[in-house]
Design a protein around this ligand. Structure first.
Ligand code: ZN
Length: 511
């Protein structure tokens, strides 16, 4: 039996090698590649992806997984070996459900949807995207059918990003969040706006990058295992636990690249912290998109927008940008980077309105797949909800329904994980505070390692060994619960706007 396990592990290691080689091609495409190579690179990536899929769904892998059942049952659930077999089997069962022909159609529809989206967004004309989007929705319906029976047609879509989670659970959390967030937005609208004009101006890109790197180095960035490059849409990628690639982007007229860098750091440190014993296995990854996003949000917002963080870094920032920040005091800067302001674009949204952007998208996706909403009516439905949730009027589709790339590529089911990440980040944070009571004092001294070590110990090192639910319960001792996030936002808004700290009305957890 040990021989069969070694055989499976070796096969999975080779598949993982190929898959990471594909990741490296994709990283290169977005960071280094000369643009004329785009078409050929698309072919190269498609070839690698199909080889990975072919090898993984081969009958030999299926046979080994079957034969290893008794072996798996003889091992402790938490062992690396049992976890590897269990997770590989789940991946295998999902991968073999979808016929190759449909996979090919999905990939083609995704590529042509992306091209149509670029054109439609540039012209702010939804009709240019509509046919491709209708095709994507239709194909995704067929994809969903591969996973019948299901409770809800949205469940198989969600499962690709948040394994094991059901739409009903997301709805339960969002039903609690939505009125709370809307109330905070309405409350803030009645207060004096926070001055933030000094965040715009002349901010040379090179100096912004240098400052971001200085922060990352304090967090633990080490050039022997990490890279930090420029790109257009920031992302993080990993080829191994010892090869973590972060990217950020900077605008010469705004101070903002630092926050994207800290966000990507959170994604990177998660994968860097996976137990090296899991290297080259399918377990050497973050467990789900929501858990991943909880870490990017934690580092970006709970660390990077905290008062003690700026207590330490603000004098250095003033030194790096004396003209821009020399006469702005720390308190004014702190309030500016924590202000709440309804805006059209999700990726530029603040900590409160961000999740409302997501809830809007989630509701529209659900309606598209239940049949309640026709693709044709998507822009109107979008604009009506922006007015309702954020109190703003969308001027054109580029500022509205066309702003995100996800739907054009068939990526339905992804959005909710962003808001769930916010929810989880606070659950993890509150639990961490029980163990590191003086975390504020540590940050104010520029010490971030104890936090990173705690997170590694309680979450990162397990990679994908446990399900997302199990991973969350192991860290926090509880199920998904929006209450800590709501408490945090109310506290923050009270601090920034001098409003009353209305106690959160939510105390009960949800399952
Ligand atoms: Zn992220």
């Amino acid at each position: 039996m040990e021989q069969r396990f070694a055989d499976l592990k070796q096969r999975l290691a080779e598949i993982n090698d190929l898959s990471r080689a594909g990741s490296l091609l994709a990283w290169d495409q977005r960071v280094m590649m000369p643009p004329a190579a785009a078409a050929v690179r698309g072919e190269q990536l498609a070839t690698v992806t199909s080889i990975v899929h072919e090898r993984f769904t081969s009958p030999e892998v299926g046979r080994l997984l079957d034969e290893l059942r008794p072996y798996e049952e003889s091992l402790p659930y938490e062992s690396d070996e049992a976890s590897l077999i269990r997770v590989a089997r789940r991946d295998f069962e999902k991968a073999t459900r979808v016929p190759g022909e449909l996979r090919g159609e999905l990939a083609r529809a995704s590529a042509s949807g992306y091209a149509a989206w670029q054109e439609a967004r540039a012209r702010a004309d939804f009709e240019l995207l509509r046919p491709a989007l209708e095709r994507n929705v239709e194909l995704r319906h067929r994809y969903v059918e591969c996973f019948a029976p299901y409770d809800d047609p949205y469940d198989p879509l969600l499962d690709d990003y948040e394994p094991g989670m059901h739409a009903a659970e997301v709805t339960e959390v969002f039903d609690v969040l939505k009125p709370e967030l809307k109330a905070i937005v309405a409350d803030v609208a009645r207060r004096d706006p926070v001055e933030a004009g000094f965040l715009a101006g002349s901010f040379p890109v090179g100096e912004q990058r240098q400052f971001a790197l200085r922060v990352l180095e304090r967090f633990g960035f080490d050039p022997t295992s990490w890279r930090f490059d420029d790109t257009v849409h920031p992302f993080a990628s990993s080829m191994a636990t010892t090869d973590i690639r972060l990217t950020s982007r900077y605008k010469p007229d705004r101070f903002d690249g630092l926050f994207a860098a800290m966000h990507e750091w959170g994604h990177g440190i998660y994968e860097h912290g996976v137990d090296p014993a899991l290297e080259r296995t399918p377990l050497a990854r973050g467990v789900s998109m929501a858990l991943h996003e909880s870490q990017s949000r934690l580092w970006e917002n709970l660390v990077g927008r905290s008062r003690p963080f700026w207590r330490f870094f603000y004098p250095q920032l003033q030194e790096a940008f004396p003209e821009q920040f020399g006469s702005v005091d720390e308190e004014a800067f702190y309030r500016a980077v924590n202000r709440v302001e309804p805006s059209f674009i999700r990726v530029e949204a603040d900590q409160v309105t961000y999740s409302l952007h997501i809830i809007l998208r989630y509701e529209l996706e659900r309606e598209l797949f239940s049949g309640a909403l026709d693709v044709r009516n998507l822009p109107d439905a979008w604009n009506a909800r922006m007015a309702d949730y954020l109190g703003i009027t969308v001027a054109d589709d580029a500022q509205g329904v066309l702003q995100d790339v996800h739907w054009s590529g068939g990526g339905f089911g992804y959005f909710p994980t962003y808001a769930l990440g916010n929810v989880v980040s606070l659950q993890v944070w509150e639990r961490m505070l029980q163990d590191i009571a003086d975390v504020d004092e540590q940050f104010a001294r520029g010490e971030f390692r104890p936090l990173a070590d705690w997170l590694r110990e309680h979450l990162y090192r397990f990679g994908r060994k446990f399900t997302p639910k199990e991973a969350l319960e192991r860290v926090t001792g509880t199920a998904l619960d929006p209450a800590p996030y709501i408490r945090y936002l109310r506290r923050k808004v009270a601090e920034i706007y001098g409003a009353d700290e209305t106690p959160a009305t939510v105390t009960a957890g949800v399952s």
